[in-house]
Design a protein around this ligand. Sequence first.
Ligand code: UT7
Length: 329
Amino acid sequence: MPATITSIAHYLPPDIYTNDYFATYLETNNEWIMDRTGIAERRFAKEGGTSDLIVPAAKECIEKRGLALSDIDCVIVATVTPDHMFPSTAALVQHKLGLPKAWGFDISAACSGFLFAIVTACKLVEAGGAKRVLLCGADKMSSILNFNDRSQAILFGDGAGVCLIEMSNDDSLGLVDQVLQIDGYGGKYLNQVAGGSMNPASHETVDKKQHYIFQDGQPVFRAAVKGMADVSAEIMERNNLKSDDVAWLVPHQANLRIIAASANRMGLGMDKVMVNINKYGNTTAGTIPICLSEWYQNGKIKKGDNLVLSSFGAGFTWGAALLKWNMND
Ligand code: UT7
């Protein structure tokens, strides 16, 4: 019997920043940003850490399922913007929610964080290591963004998606298959240089702005187009899925052009692709669960639907998963 999502919710901070906001102080414009990325707006949290994005979504998620706080026995947080290097953000979420019986941990896989974490959570539940996992994908990207660098400031946003992972009540529904990959050769193209054990924080690292995101966009773009399309096609092939069999592609939202390339390789029209990058930008580990939550809330995912989750991110990390949806309308 597979494990599956049994409840889902998301949270986005209320403050919206349009492309025109950046154009007031950077050499950029709405047309460039829309053409190159598909992003029109993003949300930035004014205060708090990533755990504060997670908590409202987590409360809603648990409430919707009608569970007691003591029913949650594990918390997994996928993030690259933990509240602190340690303790884990999972521990802070456990404490803020007051979960009396949970253990848990963080997963660092950048934009593939939620994908790697849902596979981890499902396998943990299937193996009997936990019964109900509170699975969170969240990032406060504004905490590591260089707002004076036009090549990165416009790309990212803050947000959280949270779901519950439990055993499925139907053999045929839940997480069916996954293709996951990691390759550290890509590390040099997308990273945060300082703040870890290699380059601990110092005046010098701060002066050099090494606590912000570093991204060499073009090599990442080329690798993402190929990587995401390859694994998305592979998961279809392995599971004998034709394009008509796929209800939705649920792609990581980094760039509309990368998303379109994956859809094209899968033979899917854009009407079968979840896209909200226009509203929220790249929320890193948040993108996939926020999409799932929004689409489910709007009644656009039905029980039995084949969903292909697909991502590419820093590491490089990338992968795809086949999820047969198991929640009623
Ligand atoms: O989510 C994790 C994984 N990350 C990704 O998947 C991101 C992958 N990379 C990308 O999505 C794209 O590379 C970007 C959106 C980051 C950049 O788009 P691009 O088409 O690769 O542009 P570019 O970096 O080649 O820059 C083209 C030009 C440059 O000017 P010159 O050298 O041609 O004069 C940039 O300086 O555009 C310039 N530029 C901008 N112009 C206006 C860069 N940022 C901006 C901007 N506004 N915001």
